[in-house]
Design a protein around this ligand. Structure first.
Ligand code: PLP
Length: 410
């Protein structure tokens, strides 16, 4: 349930927010409430809790504990929600059982048949599959746009269309680190009375706070940096109190709620968010510089390498607080050379997903949903020679030795 708006820096808030030891037998850390349901002391309490959960938004802010059933809400969600809201400079946040759970719950809350959604490409394969598939099947019109299209051109394409309901932007984009301008997109969304939603998974709120630049909602695959240890799947949406309350009500209905232990793990992980992300980013910056000089590497996309005049440089300076720890690089060669490289790594693991303490590499050309045709992949910079690297917290020298060794077999 929503916490009062934070007062300190997120680094301070995120070690305590959302947990009151006095309500939990003095336990310094939140205990895990592994229960599916909650006993009401009286029938009157049960009635009041239901009225509050399903009544007009904002009724739950009186500080009374009133849990009903763990599909709706449970005590282990509050610390993670309050801490994430502090990180994102948001009034409130809601968490989910996965990133796709967060995205789907948010889309179902705000979209209706006939609505138009513009979505940026490249975007995470699961999201584009949803946009092109199920969402379209339910009568929502979805239209992709690339970063090469100017906001003015997007606006003129919309002339005469009054049903733009949402602009959905993933920035930096998975897997190529393409940047989209949040403030300019927010202006376009405002002009059309549409919501601007930003997937902030790649940079985390340590390096990017979309709401500060005019987005209405910032969402995450919390499986990645927020969870940070590759041991949970979760999602999150952050934004204004009313929007989040509406999204939370959809979560009640469709059950995209995380388990108590997932909520607990996520709240715990947010305490170390900056420490992890700062180390990962410093490692990634060293690795990007190393790869950039390597003779077997054709091209490296890491935000630390953006130069004045390059597309994205100005956006980076305005909107990002750091370059993050995701690198996309193209090795000399195609699929066979990438496979040799990936199979030769010893420290870095070959796995999909990202944002954990360990470094992971994957091959987006072959390791993404088959719904994206090859021509479309090439058009968004996903080529057979592209490797995606999520840099962890290991000693950067060990990672560089591993990369050098693996590149030597190419
Ligand atoms: N958004 C981005 C940018 C992602 O990379 C992912 C997953 O990789 C998702 C959303 C979906 O999140 P999840 O896998 O937690 O459902």
């Amino acid at each position: 349930m929503p916490e009062e708006k934070h007062r300190h820096e997120p680094d301070t808030e995120s070690v305590t927010l959302g947990h009151d030891a006095a309500r939990h037998l003095g336990s310094l850390k939140p205990p895990i409430y592994e229960t599916s349901t909650f006993v009401f002391e009286t029938a009157e309490d049960g009635k009041r809790f239901f009225e509050r959960a399903y009544g007009p938004a904002g009724q739950g802010d009186d500080g009374e504990i009133g849990y009903i059933y763990s599909r709706l809400d449970s005590p282990n969600l509050a610390p993670a929600e309050a801490r994430l809201a502090a990180w994102e400079d948001a009034e409130d946040a809601a968490i989910f059982a996965s990133g796709m759970g967060a995205i789907t719950t948010m889309l179902l809350t705000f979209l209706r048949p006939g609505d138009l959604v513009l979505y940026s490409i490249p975007t995470y394969g699961g999201t584009s599959t949803l946009m092109k598939g199920l969402l379209s099947d339910f009568g929502v019109v979805t239209r992709p746009f690339a970063s090469t299209v100017s906001i003015d051109d997007l606006d003129s394409d919309l002339a005469g269309e009054d049903d733009l309901a949402m602009i959905y932007v993933e920035t930096p984009a998975n897997p190529t680190n393409e940047l989209f301008d949040i403030a300019m997109t927010a202006e376009l969304a405002d002009r059309h009375g549409a919501l601007l939603v930003v997937d902030n998974t790649f940079l985390s709120p340590v390096w990017q706070k979309p709401l500060v630049h005019g987005a209405d909602l910032s969402l995450h695959s919390a499986t990645k940096y927020l969870g940070g240890h590759s041991d949970l799947t979760a999602g999150a949406v952050c934004g204004g109190r009313d929007d989040i309350e509406r999204i939370r009500r959809t979560r009640y209905e469709i059950g995209t709620t995380p388990s108590p232990s997932t909520g607990w793990l996520l709240g715990r992980s947010l305490e170390t968010l900056r420490l992890r992300v700062t180390q990962q980013t410093s490692n990634a910056t060293r690795i990007a510089a190393f790869l950039n000089e390597h003779e077997k590497v054709r091209k490296v996309n890491h935000l630390s390498l953006l130069e004045p005049g390059e597309p994205g440089y100005e956006i980076y300076k305005r909107q990002c607080l750091g370059p993050g720890a995701m690198i996309a690089f193209e090795i000399m060669g195609g699929e066979p050379e990438c496979f040799d490289f990936l199979d030769a790594m010893k420290v870095i693991r070959l796995a999909t997903s990202l944002g954990g303490t360990e470094s992971l590499a994957s091959h987006p050309w072959t390791m993404s949903p088959p719904t994206v045709p090859d021509a479309e992949k090439r058009s968004i910079g996903v080529t057979p020679g592209l490797i995606r690297l999520s840099v962890g917290i290991e000693d950067p020298a060990d990672l560089i030795i591993d990369l050098d060794r693996a590149l030597s077999v190419v």
